[in-house]
Design a protein. Structure first.
Lengths: 191, 323
């Protein structure tokens, strides 16, 4: 399945830290579109998150050998191949139900959105994410990330144990990442 | 592509990654802890990508920091209530990198007829005998004269924040670029740029008289902002929040809200000898939101590089930002 797209020969040889930086910079911002594609393409909507994670693993492993370029068609080709393999394995006869990238409006050649717009969307997403956290969790996140308090300080200020602080922080980090990368982008919400 | 064993659930590994990140924030994080984390990351790419993802989001949450309302009060300088809030928020967002202005500024009493200047990056508070204060921003020159009938200040260069004790018998006058601002019991800001003068009235009342015999004048009320050049004058209203942001320098802060990179760089360059150069006009039009210490050009360059993905080149006397 992999031979229908050839992304070789355009990449650059890179170090591990370059791969990491590239992954954060180029791949993570595609998550909202990728999740949208995966959700529409699977009968079992619940495992879109797992599929996304599998796509990341494959893309990351490929990048360790050679950074794929351009990145967006590569990521979606990986996703598509993964879906096809799953469909075969699960003996699902028709793969026509797979969402069409064009219909989804995921244009492969569209330039990355204006970076100032992206930065603004990021801020909105983080704000939304913060607002949606449960109150105690939100308070811990604000004290830690924005006010720079340590776990011990937060615990004594809020009158909770340090391990509760840790649990809230872990939840908060998880939710922030989901919102920042996974939440569907809302056109026009950036004004 | 090799067939992968079924990876463990995304939710599980992402929770583990967040837990690692949480532990890593603790002050007691040790070299052994780091070695354990490294081993966990190396054990499977699914660990690595999960960690990169949660860490990147957490970093972003810090960088675009001025997000939330404060939970404690900043004690640096006694604030007027309405301005206190935004400064606290901004100060909290910047964190440890900031030296709050009040602590760094120096106070001294001044005699009659004298000239005062601050260097690039400087910040001074002049305390006048009558109880009035003049707070000088970076690279600013003022001359002060007091006599029996009048208190007079010339703003020859830069920017100053005036908090004037009103005294009908001794009007307080600021001369700036040929224009005259007469205090009628007031707190106000005067900024002199190359070709224009800006006066923002924060409290009280003041009279603005345009220079060069133009005959233009206005009585300024709180929220009024006058921008005047040699030829023309315009008057607009600013919200309390906008005004407070314009006064961020009093606390050593630059507050940007959808500010173009070109304007932001120009602001930084007022405070620093190491100049920011925006090498591409399209880059200069990009907009940012954020709060920075006036002297922390490096943080700004980091944002340009990490968040806006621009090319940043450091040299001894300048930082060039390009596409």
């Amino acid at each position: 399945m992999r031979d229908d797209l050839d992304f070789r020969g355009h990449g650059l040889a890179v170090s591990a830290s370059d791969v990491n930086a590239w992954f954060v910079r180029e791949v993570l911002p595609l998550e909202a579109a990728l999740m949208h594609f995966l959700r529409l393409s699977r009968r079992n909507k619940g495992d879109a998150e797992d599929l996304c994670q599998d796509v990341y693993v494959r893309v990351y492993e490929a990048a360790q050998k050679e950074i794929p370029h351009p990145v967006k068609p590569f990521v979606f080709a990986v996703a598509r191949n993964l879906l096809i393999n799953r469909a075969k394995r699960d003996q699902i006869v028709s793969i026509d139900s797979m969402a069409d990238l064009d219909e989804l409006g995921i244009a492969m050649d569209e330039p990355t959105p204006d970076r100032s717009v992206m930065a603004r969307q990021e801020l909105h997403r983080l704000e939304t994410a913060l607002e949606q956290l449960p109150p105690r969790c939100r308070q811990v996140v604000v004290l830690s990330r924005i006010e720079g308090l340590t776990r011990t300080e937060i615990a004594s200020r809020m009158g909770i144990t340090e391990s509760t602080v840790s649990a809230h922080l872990t939840d908060g980090m998880y939710a922030l990442a989901d919102h920042l990368y996974g939440a569907p982008s809302k056109p026009g919400s950036d004004t | 592509m090799t067939e992968h064993p079924e990876t463990e659930s995304a939710q599980k590994v992402r929770t583990e990654a967040a837990a690692w990140l949480e532990r890593r924030q603790r002050p007691e994080w040790s070299a052994e802890d780091q070695a354990s984390l490294d081993a966990w990351l190396a054990a499977a790419p699914t660990n690595m990508v999960s960690y990169l993802r949660v860490e990147a989001a957490w970093t972003r949450a810090n960088r675009l920091g001025a997000l939330r309302k404060p939970m404690r009060d900043s004690a640096a300088i006694p604030q007027r209530r309405n301005f206190g809030r935004i400064f606290t928020m901004a100060a909290a967002a910047v964190g440890a990198a900031v030296v709050i202005g009040g602590a760094a500024a120096t106070y001294f009493l001044i005699p009659q007829q004298k000239s005062y200047a601050t260097p690039v990056g400087g910040h001074e508070i002049l305390a006048l005998k009558d109880g009035s204060q003049i707070e000088l921003n970076t690279s600013t020159v003022v001359r002060v004269s007091q006599n029996k009938t009048e208190r007079k200040v010339w703003l020859d260069k830069g920017e100053a924040y005036f908090r004037i004790k009103h005294d009908p018998a001794h009007p307080f006058v600021v001369m700036v670029g040929g224009h005259r601002v007469t205090d009628l019991g007031t707190t106000f800001l005067v900024r002199r740029d190359k070709n224009s003068v800006k006066v923002a009235l924060i409290e009280g009342l003041a009279q603005f008289d345009g220079g060069n015999g133009s005959g233009q004048h206005a009585t300024l009320k709180p929220g009024d902002v006058v921008v005047a050049s040699a030829e023309k004058m315009s008057l607009k209203k600013e919200t309390t929040t906008d005004m407070a942001e314009g006064l961020g320098w009093r606390h050593g802060l630059l507050i940007f809200k959808y500010t173009t990179l070109a304007d932001a760089a120009a602001e930084f360059n007022r405070y620093n000898d190491r100049k920011l150069v925006i090498a591409d006009p399209a880059v200069g039009r990009m907009k940012i939101v954020g709060t920075f210490a006036t002297n922390n050009v490096a943080a700004f360059a980091d944002v340009a590089e990490d968040i806006l993905h621009l090319k940043v080149t450091h040299s001894e006397d300048q930082i060039v930002i390009a596409r």
